[in-house]
Write a protein that binds this ligand. Sequence first.
Ligand SMILES: Nc1ncnc2c1ncn2[C@@H]1O[C@H](COP(=O)(O)OP(=O)(O)OP(=O)(O)O)[C@@H](O)[C@H]1O
Ligand SMILES: [Mg+2]
Length: 395
Amino acid sequence: MLLCPDCLSLRATAEPCPRDGATPLDYATALVGRRLGPWLLRAKVSEGGMAIVYAAEHEQLGRLAAIKVLRPELSLREPLVARFLQEARAVSLIGHKNIVTVYDFGRAPGDTSYIVMEYLHGATLRELIDGRRALPLERLAAIVEQVGQALAAAHDKGFVHCDVKPENIVVDDSGARPAVKLLDFGIATLLSADASDLGAPTAVGTAPYMAPEQLAQGPVDARTDVYALGVLTYELLTGRHPFPGQTPLACVGSRPSGPPRPPSRERTDLSSAVATGVDAVVLHALALAPEQRYAGARPFLAALQHALGSAAASAAGGGVGAPRALARRLARRRRGRGPAPGARGGPARPGLAATPRGLAGQRLRPARAATARPTRSEGRRASPRPRRRPSSLPP
Ligand SMILES: Nc1ncnc2c1ncn2[C@@H]1O[C@H](COP(=O)(O)OP(=O)(O)OP(=O)(O)O)[C@@H](O)[C@H]1O
Ligand SMILES: [Mg+2]
């Protein structure tokens, strides 16, 4: 969808706007430098299937926030708008330290629906792990525990997240321990509502992380998130997906028919006691039938903690590197030197000035086009590539 930069009307083609002759711009880019209530959109952070996320600044308070704007073509579908805004209500209702905080939400003139959230510093877990082998156990335990606590809090309030994946987890390594936040409750609210007006039933989620019952569009519950947590833990343990070759499309077409290779076969630095325990826990979480999995995130976490035991505290080296080394690299990135952790070459997002003031009015060149997106029948989201976040936002 395009936007006329002068009259702000939505344009379907790149033809000059009939009202003022201005050349329409890509919608996501055209919003940068514009206002949503008191918020000035400073830079685009990410562009997904449902929404575009911006770094924004409150003009009076100077406060930094992330604003998620529903894609304009979806803004015309009232049930989708209602569900988009329900994400904000769900997150506020759950209110947990490992879940992003929502400040506000609403609709601006021109039918722009938006959610204002705390701006999360750090990197997505996808950025941190992509192209690397495995995480040290201590770091893995800290991250999985915080994701699991966030999910347990959501389940307590009756929400199933349904889209647990590294792209929806932000890790801040600026402290002594990684601080983790879970994002994107868009599907949780979607599934808790009547989905009939979304057209033909579809598997909604990110296929490689979807439990069989979610892929089959069956009923979901806390155990559906346990499965995704199992996939995530397997990935952090081994650096690979439990079902390699399961592209998003293949996942929908052919669901896993049996257990994956035990994770310890993919990782050689585990003692036999830890290997046995971890294999049992992860494979239990990845059971195809929900009734054969842990009943929720808490029992999964307790079992994982038990399996890792002191190994989590003493495990050394291998994988992505110690948190402190990562923190140093993130700090270098914030200062504009060196690539983002996990970057595989190619430009990251355009570097931004170091203060919100320095960003004023800045037009950024469009971010790289999103990677091939699945059709809805392939799952709503399947963007396995890391999405770079503005590299030098203020601390
Ligand atoms: N509060 C935030 N602070 C910083 N970055 C954020 C924040 N919220 C989202 N992001 C960034 O934007 C990306 C997309 O956010 P989110 O998953 O909520 O949107 P989405 O449109 O539902 O995405 P998709 O459909 O691709 O899953 C995240 O992976 C993260 O990089
Ligand atoms: Mg997302």
